[in-house]
Design a protein around this ligand. Structure first.
Ligand code: 5AD
Ligand code: SF4
Length: 459
């Protein structure tokens, strides 16, 4: 092997768990002499970190593999070396064998719990490739704890905001969802492991942490003394014992929004006033068919309780339209719920039949044109809500964590406590360097559909 650094291209699909996983893959591969490249053109290793949650996301992977095949053929035609191709993440977990059948050029297929073994898989695949063969490795083991043990050792990066995975997997089995099958059952990382990572992030200068988990508010990690840590206790501990100025967590399930956790929103200043709490539908009939384990009135009660302790909380959610059996009236109830709750922002999707999930086999599927019309109507309402939420910020002073460079020189971008992106002109590039990573007071001057603009208030 030459002394040159090899090039790694990762494409990330889907959720924040995948964004986090991709960052960890960069970390582990850095130890193997790989550095990140922005295009697949000159990559020695291409990793597609895939998402299986909706059909569109999964199909996109196959079309990307097709495109990569053409790219490789062109490169080899010009006398170049073919890149190694790895497909990781949830599509890999769910349909490993299918990927190998449909896309024989893929060297490695690995699930979300296996990427700490990416270095050894890559070495093996590279060796086989040098001997003129193709590795065709499949690693879709689902045990989570080994992965975290390996990765914690290797995580070193310097950012002002970071994700910290504390929980993975899900046992809720919503009838539309592939996660319990692709990510496996619920697993909470032990308390000491979480704190080791938290300390490392602090040492690297991270000021805002987002605790991640598919069902993060179901967190129940144990500490060495055998005690159990709820998410509420963990947040209180992080706020009191670490240097994080801001703590967020995502994604949560309404059923696990305990009064203990709600209280944290009321009295822990570092716990940011933003909560992503998916409800999926406003109809009791539909949430029941979805096996969501809550009703609309229990969800509304939870929201009321949170607003009692933290009146300014910004709420976000996920919605699915066109779930099997959803009538016009059910959909109207979703619209009514959206108008009532006033979401600061939200994500919405057309129901997509996922093979292997219960609802995929049901006969009362909703026609696609009905789904499309409902989605358009819902998104228009959600956009209106988001716009109103942003407009209401104009004239206010907010604390913003300036976490990245803006498009123009002398401009920095950060987040408000409510997760809004805020663009701030700080003057010249020198001032930008000075303010980067700082929590500053910003007066909001104007609002757009997805972001705010403001100016620094100098003390
Ligand atoms: N169809 C459409 N949307 C889905 N989601 C999960 N599974 C499906 C599916 N089969 C959405 C849910 C979830 C979000 C991450 O993706 O709204 O909260
Ligand atoms: Fe999927 Fe439901 Fe679990 Fe969320 S709670 S990951 S939607 S099964």
């Amino acid at each position: 092997m030459s002394g040159d650094r090899k090039k790694l291209y990762i494409k990330t699909y889907g959720c924040q768990m995948n964004v986090y996983d991709s960052e960890r893959m960069v970390d582990v591969m850095a130890h193997e002499g790989y550095e990140v490249t922005e295009t697949p053109d000159d990559a020695d290793l291409v990793v597609l970190n895939t998402c299986h949650i909706r059909e569109k996301a999964a199909e996109k992977v196959y079309s990307d593999i097709g495109r990569l095949r053409l790219l490789t053929e062109k490169r080899v035609g010009k006398g170049g070396k073919p890149s190694l191709l790895a497909v990781g993440g949830c599509v890999a977990q769910a349909e490993g064998a299918e990927i190998q059948r449909r896309a024989p050029m893929v060297d490695m297929v690995f699930g979300p719990q296996s990427y700490h073994r990416l270095p050894e898989m890559t070495r093996k695949a590279d060796k086989i490739r040098q001997q003129g063969g193709r590795a065709r490795i499949v690693d879709t083991d689902l045990s989570v704890s080994e992965k975290f043990a390996v990765l914690s050792e290797k995580a070193v990066r310097s950012r002002k905001t970071a994700f910290l995975t504390i929980q993975e997997g899900c046992d809720k089995f919503c009838t539309y969802c592939v996660v319990p099958y692709t990510r496996g059952g619920e697993f909470s990382r032990p308390f000491e492991d979480v704190m080791t990572d938290a300390d490392k992030l602090n040492a690297a200068g991270v000021r805002e942490v987002t605790l991640l988990g598919q069902n993060v508010n179901a967190y129940h990690g144990r500490s060495d003394d055998g005690r159990e840590w709820s998410l509420a206790r963990l947040i209180r501990h992080l706020a009191a014992e670490t240097d994080f100025k801001r703590i967020r967590y995502t994604t949560s399930h309404p059923q696990d929004m305990t009064s203990e956790l709600i209280a944290v929103h009321g009295d822990v200043a570092a716990c940011m006033p933003y909560l992503h709490l998916p409800v999926q539908s406003g109809s009791d009939r539909i949430v029941k068919a979805m096996n969501r384990h809550h009703t609309i009135s229990s969800y509304l009660k939870t929201i009321d309780d949170i607003r009692t302790v933290r009146p300014d909380i910004a709420l976000s959610g996920d919605f699915i339209v066109g779930f099997p059996g959803e009538s016009d009236e059910d959909f109207e109830q979703t619209m009514a719920l959206v108008r009532r709750v006033n979401y600061a922002q939200a994500y919405s999707f057309m129901y997509s039949e996922r093979p292997g999930t219960p609802a995929a086999g049901w006969e009362n599927q909703v026609e696609s044109h009905v789904k499309a019309a409902r989605l358009a109507e819902l998104q228009a309402e959600l956009d209106r809500g988001q716009r109103a939420f942003n407009d209401a910020a104009v004239g206010r002073v907010m604390t913003v964590l300036l976490e990245r460079q803006g498009r123009e020189a002398g401009q920095l971008v950060g987040r408000s406590p409510y997760m809004q992106a805020v663009h701030v002109d700080v003057g010249d590039p020198e001032s930008a360097r000075q303010y980067f990573g700082q929590l500053v007071e910003v007066k909001i001057l104007s609002a757009g559909p997805r972001s705010l603009k403001g100016e620094l208030i100098l003390a």
